[in-house]
Design a protein around this ligand. Structure first.
Ligand code: SF4
Length: 430
């Protein structure tokens, strides 16, 4: 029988108390961090968004972890990140408030994207086509890597926690490569090459709604800790009411041997799941085939990632007033669909690598590559009647300007939807 994984749960509004308690429940910081060691903290600072948006790890959680780790008298603490494609890590550190914390606490900040001293690391038993990774030497030589994700709903993955956050240790070239194939497998391959030994999850103000681009923060007031990234993600789902059967990557992660998924293989210590329970609004879960009856949505065989992307993109079409104008189009996600031959190619959008095969009968349909594709690719393709998949210069020239243009109406739309949801579910309101 596999060894049980321990997940520490601490609930309360005092961040430092929560973080200290979580380390204590994991055996005490002086037992989990070696004196004189080099410790790298990997927060989520992937976008230039301020703390109140819950896009990045709360800087006060980062500070609390730094202060806790200092008790173990490490030689050095480094905060490191490679921001999302097209984002400047240093700007993300600044806007997220993490730069100020690093300066005040006297710890070093490192932008993985700018790091030149890389080592080639083989990925044993790789599942995607990533058989080796170039990773920063400082990361590979660190004694401890503390993964510091924020809990959030996520358009490409349904939800994002410890497993997804480690994706941010690679530079843009690999990041791009990961998005062009099976992202879940690629994420697991990154974990195989670069495994965090401790995961501390910021769930103080988890991001519900159409996160990561338009999150609706809620007061979850928790910090979680574990050495097992699968177990901590599983417990995070349990405390926020996320149906884990709707998150495909758990199965892959458990199969890869990264950690325990089954609750009977996990010991929750500290506060109980019941004491911490706070349901998150995650609109990426549910029946996608009937949700937009004005469109012909075919989604047989679709992974949870593409279902989540379908949800955000269809709602974004509504927000920018393009939904009705394009009604009647056929949207295809997943590889188990039948597409009648009499549907004109110009009315069909094929979303994702597994839909490429339908080009055989519909060679001029709009095929968006990626597994899953770029987050706003679907709504932009429908709106512009040209394939927008983020390849080449599209990210800089089309995707970012369009997202900036649409941000205000999308924000208004999402917050109205949140108000409506919480009116209908008053017991879940923060
Ligand atoms: S492109 Fe296909 S295989 Fe890839 S995530 Fe989407 S549905 Fe799954």
């Amino acid at each position: 029988m596999a060894k049980k994984s321990l997940v520490a749960l601490a609930k309360g509004t005092d961040i430092q108390e929560n973080v200290t308690r979580v380390f204590d429940l994991m055996g005490g910081v002086t037992n989990v961090i070696r004196k004189g060691s080099i410790v790298v903290l990997k927060p989520n600072a992937g976008h230039a968004e301020p703390p109140e948006t819950s896009v990045c790890t709360n800087p006060e959680v980062v500070r609390a972890v730094v202060r806790e780790v200092k008790k173990a008298e490490p030689k050095k603490i480094i905060i490191a990140e490679a921001a999302a494609i097209g984002c400047d890590t240093l700007e993300c550190f600044k806007v997220s408030g993490i730069e100020a914390v690093a300066n005040e606490e006297g710890v070093e900040l490192k932008d993985i994207k700018r790091d030149q001293d890389l080592v080639n690391v083989a990925v044993r038993g790789f599942r995607s086509n990533i058989d080796h990774l170039k990773l920063p030497r400082f990361l590979m030589e660190a004694d401890h890597l503390i993964n510091l994700p924020i809990l959030k709903a996520h358009a490409s993955m349904v939800f994002s926690g410890a497993l997804k956050n480690i994706k941010g240790v690679v530079q843009d070239k690999v990041h791009m490569q990961m998005h062009q194939q099976n992202l879940t497998m690629a994420m697991m391959d990154v974990w195989s090459a670069c495994r965090a030994d401790i995961n501390i999850m910021d769930a103080m103000h988890a991001a519900s709604g159409y996160s990561p681009h338009m999150p609706v923060p809620i007061d979850t007031n928790m910090v979680l800790g574990s050495k097992d990234p699968v177990a901590i993600d599983r417990v995070a789902c349990e405390v926020t009411g996320i149906d884990t059967t709707c998150v495909d990557y758990f199965r892959v992660a458990a199969e890869t041997g990264l950690g325990n998924y089954d609750m009977d293989q996990i010991d929750v210590v500290g506060n109980t799941i019941e004491e911490c329970y706070k349901k998150m609004w995650i609109p990426y879960i549910g029946d996608m085939s009937t949700r937009w009856p004005e469109y012909d949505v075919k989604c047989e065989g679709a992974c949870s990632s593409c279902q989540a992307l379908l949800a955000i993109n269809m709602e974004e079409l509504k927000a920018v007033d393009e939904y009705d104008k394009n009604a009647g189009m056929t949207i295809v996600i997943g590889g188990k669909n039948e597409i009648p031959k009499d549907i004109p190619d110009g009315k069909i959008v094929l979303h994702g690598n597994c839909t490429k095969k339908y080009l055989k009968d519909h060679p001029n349909a709009y095929w968006i590559l990626g597994c899953p594709p770029n987050e706003p690719a679907l709504y932009l393709t429908v709106q512009r009647k040209e394939v927008i998949n983020g390849m080449g210069d599209q990210e800089e020239e089309i995707i970012r300007p369009c997202m900036a243009r649409d941000a205000a109406v999308w924000r208004e739309y999402v917050f109205k939807a949140a108000d409506k949801y919480y009116e209908e579910h008053p017991d879940e309101k923060a």
